[in-house]
Structure formats: C-alpha cells, structure tokens
Design a protein around this ligand. Structure first.
Ligand SMILES: *Cc1c(COP(=O)(O)O)cnc(C)c1O
Length: 353
C-alpha cells in the first residue's frame, strides 16, 4: 500500500512557532492549506493553535472545510472561472484579485447578496506571477477604489513563486509607498498590507520587516518546515510533518544500462544512464500519477530514486545496509511539489498520527 503518514503534532509545532514569530511583529497570518487540498483534520489543528484565517486557492477545498464545520475566515488566493463568482461571494470573506473587471462583478454580486467581501489587490513587485506591475499600480488601484470603495481593504504582493525572487525590505516598501500614494489621491486608507509568503519569512526572522506590513500567507513553512525559494529549512520548524511510504512490488538485480537501442521514455524524455554495473532495484507502487520522482528523498540511507513512469517508481537499493524484501515499505521525505501531488492523488491513503 502507498500511504502518507501525516504527523499532525509536527504541523501544530510549526503553526505555533510561525504564529508566535508573526505576532511578535504585529503581523497576522493566514494558514495556507492548498497543498493538502484543504484537509479538514489538518486545518482544524492549525485553527486550534490559534490561526484565525485559512488561505485557499480552490473553492472545493473551502467547501470541504466548511462541510467539516470549520469556521475560520477564508481568504481566496486565486480567482476561479467566472461562472463561479457567485460561489466565491457565498464562500469566502476576502480574496486576492488583480483585474478590474472581476472586481466590479464580484463587488456588485456581494452587494446584491448583502455579503461583506473584502478585496486585496495584488501588486507585482518583480516575481512576475500575479498582480499589476508596481510601476503601473497607482493608476489601476485608483480605478479599483472607484469600483470597490471601502471594500478594497488591502494590497498585497507575492514573491518566490514564478521568478524565484527573494523578499527584501525594499520590495515591501514599494507596496507601502503605493498605499500611501493611493491615500493621498483618493482618501482611502489601505488597512491590510498582505506581503508575505514563506519566501518572505526571513524578514520576520531578522526583524527587518518594514513597519506597516501586517499580513502574511504561509503554506510551505507551515506544512513542510522548508523555504524552497531560499533553499533552506526554516529555523525552529520541523520537517517530519509528512512521510510517504511506498511498497516494494518487485525486487530484482538488473544492469544499470538498458540493453538495445534507446529512444524516449514514457513521458517523451531522453533518459541517460551511467554504467554502474549490476544493481539491486526495487519497483514501488507509486508513479508520476502520484509523485514527481525528483521531489522524493529516501529516508533509508543507501536508497536512491532512479526514475518513475506513470505507475512504477524505481529505487536503487544496492547501497542499503539491511534486508529488504517484496512487501516491505520504503519511507520518503517530500518536497512541497511532491506533497502537493501526493495529497491530490486519490490512490494514496492518508493516515493521521
Ligand atoms: C500558495 C500561496 C501562498 C502560500 O505560499 P507558501 O510559499 O506556500 O507559503 C501565498 N500567497 C499566494 C497568493 C499563494 O498562491
């Protein structure tokens, strides 16, 4: 059986640490649960620690948590398609937005439904994912104020996701300046400066966060204890939050280089092989459908992930010092990207410990 062991007390540990770190700087955090598909058991643990807001990118996940009777504030991190704007208004308390058309539609819908929805307009400070470019932001934000008035509660930015741009105080000062200018022009005061994700935790840790930034949205550090943008473990967090287990379904000795003329693999990739003699190779009951093989780190020393096709994960166990047989399981630590796919795979059993 392929299964993921979810260590909820380790997630709680990370939640507690991050909450304390942020609170010391007067910053509120939304706990981002998209990587675990809004898993209600995990979300519940985070809320019990003291988080009051959950950040989600999918309405399905918000619904899943609401069905489990969880009642935090919900922040939607990304718009769905326009046919679902009604659901957005019904389901969430605030959302990140970066287009004026949808802002207008959603704001009118909220009025119609007499539902309070707060908007946080996204500004691109250089990472080049979502948001209006910072040097064009003032004009667009003035229009956003005309549309949404006081429902435009915040402006935000996101770093480290597309361009891998790291957070610096300067990036956040850009956001604060834009807010100041907007206030001078329109009289509308921005209450929420939602600046950070995991890639921006360094500013809290080093106490270099510009005054005024008061909101973070944290997923990776909470769930994995890592910060992939800065290529590090986040100090004082733990990483044993999730462990993937795959079962050995074949164990044989094979050459390290294929025999015959080679073309492309099942995914159109051109594999390369190093001559390492005859190796002990295990096939596990996992595949590309469940994991990106490069995101798995075997926890048993001497095991090495070689490759995966749709449903076969090949692990070289030659250098492992111990007995393994068919039916045994191998444990792995996962990258954020691997965890995302594992939690999304219906084939992998989820077990909470
Ligand atoms: C996913 C996401 C986050 C959380 O990012 P982490 O790097 O996982 O902390 C924050 N903001 C937005 C807009 C996101 O989409």
């Amino acid at each position: 059986m392929a299964w993921v062991e979810i260590n909820t007390s380790s997630i709680e540990h990370n939640a507690r640490f991050l909450l304390k770190l942020a609170t010391e700087s007067g910053v509120k955090i939304a706990g981002v649960t998209k990587v675990v598909c809004g898993d209600p058991i995990i979300a519940d643990k985070i809320l019990k620690v003291g988080f009051q807001e959950i950040g989600e990118s999918r309405l399905e996940n918000v619904k899943r948590m609401k069905r489990a009777a969880l009642q935090p504030k919900f922040l939607l991190l990304r718009l769905p398609d326009k046919s679902r704007y009604g659901e957005v208004v019904d389901l969430v308390d605030s959302l990140l937005i970066s287009e004026l058309g949808p802002l207008e539609t959603l704001n009118s819908l909220a009025k119609e439904k007499q539902k309070q929805v707060e908007f946080i307009y996204m500004v691109d400070t250089g990472d080049l994912r979502e948001g209006v470019m910072y040097y064009e932001a003032s004009e667009e934000l003035e229009k956003a104020v005309k549309i949404a008035g006081n429902n435009l509660k915040g402006i935000g930015t996101n770093l480290g996701c597309f361009g891998g741009v790291v957070a610096t105080p300067g990036k956040f000062e850009v956001l604060l300046d834009i807010g100041e200018r907007l206030k001078r022009k329109t009289g509308v005061e921005i209450e929420k400066y939602s600046a950070g994700n995991t890639a921006s935790l360094t500013l809290l840790e080093r106490d270099t966060l510009p005054a005024g930034i008061n909101h973070y949205r944290i997923g990776e550090a909470l769930m994995c204890g890592t910060d992939v943008t800065n290529n590090r473990k986040v100090p004082s967090t733990v990483q044993d939050t999730f462990t993937l287990h795959g079962e050995i379904i074949e164990l044989k000795t094979k050459p390290s280089v294929p025999i015959g003329d080679t073309g492309y693999d099942a995914f159109g990739r051109r594999p390369t092989f190093e001559e390492r003699g005859v190796r002990n190779r295990a096939i596990l009951d996992l595949g590309e459908q469940d994991i990106p093989p490069s995101g798995l780190k075997p926890l048993l020393e001497g095991c090495e992930v070689i490759h995966a096709s749709s449903d076969h994960l090949i692990v070289d166990i030659t250098d492992f010092d111990g007995g393994l047989t068919v039916g045994d399981s191998l444990p792995f630590r996962m990258s954020y990207g691997a965890l995302l796919r594992v939690m999304t795979s219906p084939y992998i059993v989820k077990e909470y410990v």
